[in-house]
Design a protein. Structure first.
Length: 180
């Protein structure tokens, strides 16, 4: 019986070595606000809480604005992210308490776009669930997102979940959750 138990324990240990239980490459990395996340080898993203105003967008609860500050250096980057007003289909959402909240509006600010960088407020339509965004930029820029947090969730801890795919110069996808 001892030999049998020793054989089973050795077999179980061999399986753990061969198939470790570490998180997969596509699992969301946990970061703090202000911490830099690298996508590929040339795109750096930092999540910060912001005080930007979104003119013309009314909220029923508390407005929470989050910036995704990006730096792609001189080479630049093309990236894709899914952004909708539906918390079930968006690639960027805020978790407040037990609630998953989709953004209400977005401002894209990329100086390398020159005169096309209008920094306009785009309100997201809850009926539109397609919402994929592809953008190309060089050097620095930011995506500001407005969330409408219900008043009862105002003081609960908040986390921003982000899934971004860099298309060029290297195809790479990252998911991360930033504690605000």
């Amino acid at each position: 019986m001892r030999k049998f138990l020793l054989l089973v324990a050795t077999f179980a240990l061999a399986i753990n070595v061969a198939y470790p239980q570490s998180p997969g490459a596509d699992s969301a990395r946990q970061v703090k606000a202000g911490e830099v996340v690298t996508i590929g080898s040339s795109l750096f993203v930092r999540v910060t809480k912001s005080t930007k105003s979104f003119a013309g967008v009314k909220v029923k609860g508390t407005a929470v604005v989050v910036d995704l500050e990006m730096d792609a250096g001189k080479l630049g980057a093309t990236l894709y992210y899914k952004l909708t007003a539906d918390p079930g289909s968006t690639g960027v959402y805020l978790v407040s308490g037990a609630q998953k909240l989709a953004p209400r509006a977005v401002i894209e600010d990329f100086p390398s776009w020159g005169t096309d960088n209008d920094k306009e407020v785009d309100t997201l339509d809850p009926k539109d669930t397609i919402g994929g965004v592809t953008l190309t930029f060089q050097r620095k820029g930011s995506i500001s997102l407005l969330f409408d947090v219900p008043l009862e969730e105002e003081k609960t801890p908040k986390k921003l979940s982000v899934m971004i795919r860099m298309v060029q110069p290297k195809d790479d996808q990252r998911s991360f959750v930033a504690t605000l």
